[in-house]
Design a protein around this ligand. Sequence first.
Ligand code: AMP
Length: 550
Amino acid sequence: MLGLMQSQPLLISSLIDFAERHHADAEIVSRRVEGDIHRYTWKDVATRARQLANALDGMNLPFSGRVATLAWNGYRHLELYFGVSGSGRVLHTINPRLHPDQITWIVAHAEDQVLCFDMSFLPLVQAVHARCPSIRQYVALCEADKLPADTGIPNLVSYESWIGGHATRYEWPSFDENSASSMCYTSGTTGNPKAALYSHRSTILHAYAAALPDVMCLSARDSVLPVVPMFHVNAWGIPYSAALAGCKLVLPGGLLDGKSVYELIEAEQVTFAAGVPTVWQTLLGHLKSEGLRFSALKRTVIGGAACPPAMLKAFRQDHGVEVLHGWGMTEMSPLGTLCALKKKHLSMPIEEQWTVLAKQGRAVFGVEMKIVDDDGNDLPWDGKACGDLYVKGPWVVREYFKGEGGDPLVYQNGVGWFPTGDVATIDSDGYLQITDRSKDVIKSGGEWISSIEVENIAMAHPAVQIAACIGMKHPKWDERPIVVVVKKPGAEVTKQDLLESYEGKIAKWQMPDDAVFVEAIPLGATGKMLKTRLREMLKDYCLPGVLTSL
Ligand code: AMP
């Protein structure tokens, strides 16, 4: 017997319709690449998204045609989120920090037909356009009078003149909720990048889940700052959840230094912010050096990389800001787990609460997870057994765009699981702790060593700016960890001091065999440490007591 409820497709256009109807005057504040502040409302986003949809119809861009962006977080980018997907096309957000060769590869692979870009990326587009034959319309995200006459880019219009002449009325089409809505290529530190192709259904379900209390807890009383870029996994889905919840949205543009982010947080009375640890590191550094405080910020989600416990404590103890440590992936839209305490934790001593809060957290409803051993057997949720993390759910990838890389799933009893490439423990309360990545793991004498733990201890040292733990070949133990460190400007620490700081914190065999000081650690386009590159840098390095590099 079928249920007797209405069946309406879950479409992104319904989010912007809802925001316009119920939160018309909630503000969208953007710091433009020009440096000034732009303000308008959800009603304006909706009106201009419809004009944009008319512009796409006007150029006969087909259903599922790809519209690419090279843009920071800003209001025109937001309009593209709704106008492109709402009208049935696919929004392809490109990471502008990638190498131009990678960008041209991605544009060709995605078969993008329109490319919209912030004026700050004009030189980049000038450098790549001749190698992007699929693009038939270039759109500069600016007013007509801001567009230089002689850019050398064919078929280039300003965004304002492109959408300006079009009607503000538009009937959003209805179609299968499983249709593609947006896409994002993975960072591609190995091999060619692969794209996750999100659907309307996966995006809406993810938007509901992200707004839940133990996830981002979004409401119409929040002022929300996604520092996480709109070109990285749809800014963790925040633009969609903000429309659903009617939040004020604050979009920071390209200025992500501590001072600029702090000023925006204060000026717009931001209550919730989200971003990767590196951004918060500079923000906290600015607050400390200037003796500043937040007046409105209550919560922040920190994810994308492990949040060092020292950062968690600094936010909570020094600033009264609740940190939710989150874990996810491009392939998971991205939310997988978030770390909020349960009721029973509240009566525990604070040190025990820190231990829980440093984990990556509990699964968001919709995401199923498990850990398995090398033979694919399920491991217990005891907080000790460490294994490969598999996930499944309605916003987890089934296959990459164009079937790239073959079937990514692992099948068990006919059920497909996505292997995350992360190694984790799960405790009896369901709290996930990422201990490493399977491609970047240190196994010494058959035992796992968490490079994250080794890094966190180094990062808690006052003289350390950034630390990476990598495994070095060892004749007896197979691998031994070393910690590679960049010192804070002007700070001093000796190798011996640093290694002594591990005493008592982790088991002796887990402590790094050496500390190596370097000027810089190579970072990928999204700020992740490129450990393969780091290993190349240190290829002539010998572990203490080992005569030659192996
Ligand atoms: P990306 O697809 O670029 O977002 O990268 C996803 C990967 O980043 C995950 O598979 C993890 O290896 C890593 N990652 C994301 N969040 C965390 C976290 N909170 N702690 C540790 N690693 C993380």
